[in-house]
Design a protein around this ligand. Structure first.
Ligand SMILES: O=C(O)CCC(=O)C(=O)O
Length: 339
């Protein structure tokens, strides 16, 4: 774990797209530098001004709130929820409704440019989902990375989150441990058993206490219309949502050009044209007929058709960070559900 520099801000830094940058269709060099400095220092950057027409976010929120209400009743087992905590689940955005297939969200040029600056040209879209923090909840997730495998010790993935509301502690904004991604290693994660081939996402308790002393976590405060760009190695946790409305963020996950591409996600044929429209960003989706996708698209629990399977197996996976069996910290009752 990287030592923490004193007096760093607790809230994430914001990079604002100017009118001139929007007009030019690209970030200035200075703002790309700022994005990269925040990403390398904090593992998280807030991007403001990338969505010109925030009514698209309103329309997605209305649609996804209806869906989240419909699917709540189907969530019965803890493994239907993320990290086994009944306050947050994964949800598919409405990809079969052509009136809601917004290029500003699914091919946002400023978000993609920020990802390419961080991961490299030739990055791929590796998953597309959303996190819903359910209204009137009181439980929090364990602190985790989104990496239930022996991850590379270099930026290999970036997630762009489109927030469909403002994000405040009062509606269950995410807790982030800024800077925790910097030199983080799989040895910081908990294993379910000594012979398991992959770790869980969860961070060892004693490391949390150590890090809290120097750079404590924060629940982010982000105005409506901003995006989050984050390195999934940055420690974080879904928090209770005390408000009366579900809080949702869409997540587009991109992998670096050198990262394995053997896992694919399911998407409907209606979204194929849009999701594959950037020739520089391969879309790692298997496209299936809309009716088939609609049958499975909200089944995100463990062993379900939509379960994220972008994770490499250790066999054949080259990394400097492999662990010896005696280095694994085992916590047998951890719920090893990722997302
Ligand atoms: O929805 C959130 O605020 C974060 C959820 C999360 O980290 C997860 O489910 O893995």
């Amino acid at each position: 774990m990287a030592p923490s520099i004193p007096n760093l801000p607790l809230q994430p830094g914001v990079v604002t797209l100017s009118a001139a940058e929007r007009e030019a269709g690209q970030w200035s060099r200075a703002n790309i530098q700022k994005i990269l400095e925040l990403m390398h220092r904090d593992g998280l950057a807030v991007l403001d001004g990338c969505v010109a027409d925030t009514s698209v976010l309103d329309r997605l929120r209305v649609s996804m709130a209806t869906t989240s209400n419909e699917i709540k009743a189907s969530k019965t087992s803890v493994t239907d929820f993320n990290h086994g905590v009944r306050s947050n689940f994964l949800q598919s955005p409405p990809l079969t409704d052509k009136s809601l297939l917004f290029a500003e969200v699914y091919q946002n040029p400023f978000a993609v440019a920020a990802v390419e600056a961080y991961l490299g040209k030739g990055s791929a879209l590796a998953f597309l989902t959303a996190n819903t923090a359910l209204a009137s909840t009181t439980d929090r997730q364990p602190v985790h990375k989104d990496a239930s495998f022996v991850h590379p010790a270099a930026p290999y993935m970036a997630v762009v989150n489109f927030l469909l509301t403002e994000f405040r502690p009062s509606n269950g904004s995410t807790e982030f441990w800024l800077g925790s991604h910097n030199q983080t290693l799989p040895i910081e994660q908990v294993w379910k058993s000594a012979d398991a081939i992959v770790p869980t996402c969860n961070i060892r308790q004693e490391l949390l206490e150590e890090r809290r002393k120097t750079r404590p976590p924060v629940q982010v405060e982000v105005p409506f219309g901003c995006l989050l760009l984050r390195d999934p190695r940055t420690w974080h946790a879904g928090m209770p949502n005390p408000s009366t409305d579900d809080r949702t963020m869409i997540a587009l996950g991109y992998t670096a050009p050198w990262f394995p591409r053997d896992n694919r996600f399911l998407a409907p044929l209606s979204a194929e044209t849009l999701l594959t429209s950037n020739p520089d960003v391969e879309c790692l989706a298997t496209f299936i007929p809309d009716s088939e996708w609609e049958e499975v698209c909200q089944k995100w629990g463990a062993g379900e058709p939509m379960q994220l399977k972008y994770l490499p197996k250790p066999e054949g996976w080259v990394t400097e960070t492999m662990l010896k069996p005696e280095e694994k910290v085992v916590v047998e009752d951890v719920v090893a559900v990722s997302g």
